[in-house]
Design a protein around this ligand. Sequence first.
Ligand code: ADP
Ligand code: ASP
Ligand code: MG
Length: 469
Amino acid sequence: MKDSAKPNSAHPRFHDKRQGKRIQTSSRISVRRPHVIKFGGTSLADASCIERVIEIIGRERRCSDVVVVVSAMSGVTDMLVKAAQLAEAQEPVRSGKILEEVRARHESAMKGVIPPGTRRSRIRREIRDLCRQGEEYCARANATRNFTAARRDAILSIGERLSARLLAAALEARQIASEPVDATEIVITDGNHGSAAPHLGATRARCEGRLRPLLRRKIIPIVTGFIGATPEGAITTLGRNSSDLSATLVGGALDANEVTIWTDVSGVMTADPKVVANARVVPEISYDEAAALARFGAKVLHPKTLSPLQSGGVSLRIRSTFETDRPGTKITPTVRAEGRVKAVAAMNEIVTVIGTLNNRGEIISRVLKALGNAGVKAIASVEKLSEHAVSFVVAPEDVSVAQNAIHEELQLNAAVPSCPRDCVRENGAPSSRLIRSDYQAGYQENAQVGAERGLMRRRIVAHCAQPRC
Ligand code: ADP
Ligand code: ASP
Ligand code: MG
């Protein structure tokens, strides 16, 4: 990442860490710290998902100014990747068909969320125009036989540009003022197409200039994730799965009070729930642990997500669009549960245990023994790749057995939850009852009877009694 902002004690962020409070910008105008909320592709998969997203946005905007960042509808970027490949392979008819499917998918969702009328006609036109643009990008690539990475990025950008327009129109249809914003206007990157690195300084200035005026006018910006542009205006993409990074870039740039990533799981979990059936949510995890988890394969976060938040200490929350009564996971600058193993992740044939590991030797011997018992041959990685991770190399066919065996051995499904300090709001009101029941269930299940359990109960009750929002 270029020109990363250094901690600067003169900067307003370091004078006021209070949630939702006003800060002074360099021009000494007082502004509110917004909440940046990001929705992944699975959260925008169809009309009923978009309805849920609208409900969440409706609730969040009652508590603070909101900036929304969106991914493409699930599967759409994969379709566009295919279209780009076909264009490159001189198959214009087949790439055109894919763009036709993309158009039909958005128009079908549009019919579910926008009633017939002028607004629907306008958004239908916009969907068609963008898909036509996509076809032109593909066709031009064929015509010139010069298929550059830049053109591929332009094709891939269509997915987020469509979903942002669709969501903004659906919000408008419910009298919620919003405006789609292409991140090409605000996320400035280098020219490394396909994996562009953001320039933080330029992005901050653009976010101030483009988003802050909308917030002042109570208009919710709906920003496209995943994409950016070079200073000269060429469309770039930040890498697959990078809308998480887009959200934290915007959050860091606007001094957000918090960034929330809404996804299809209830938080960062002790393992990928698709691999380990009894994985459970980790209530709290540090920046460094979360970054290690992402780096060693947990798809729930893009590996670079945390870096834009680090200098400002903005916290990040992961929550489920499909279980909105759950507090999710809070990712904070520091660790508050020292020595605990938090999760297991896998990337290719490398299975990694993540946490603040001050007992590495013991973990390695327990894991090797458990893997042996499960019939998995493994070697512990000799290199210390991260102070928050210890890795094991196994055969590709053993990766999921290994994760399950490690999860079991380290009793990750029985981690004692810590009590969250900050607010989780439901319908604009404090949700103490929800937090209390969630966390009490957790400690009753897991904490030993006795002093630890008593302390945990007192912390939860005291925390939940505090006013929120
Ligand atoms: P989105 O579309 O919201 O960006 P992703 O598919 O990129 O969602 O990320 C969510 C997925 O990450 C989950 O469905 C889950 O299978 C996977 N995942 C992998 N490891 C973890 C983990 N440790 N905790 C939670 N989810 C995980
Ligand atoms: N739509 C992009 C992708 O599928 C970015 C993202 O979803 O985060 O990779
Ligand atoms: Mg994702």
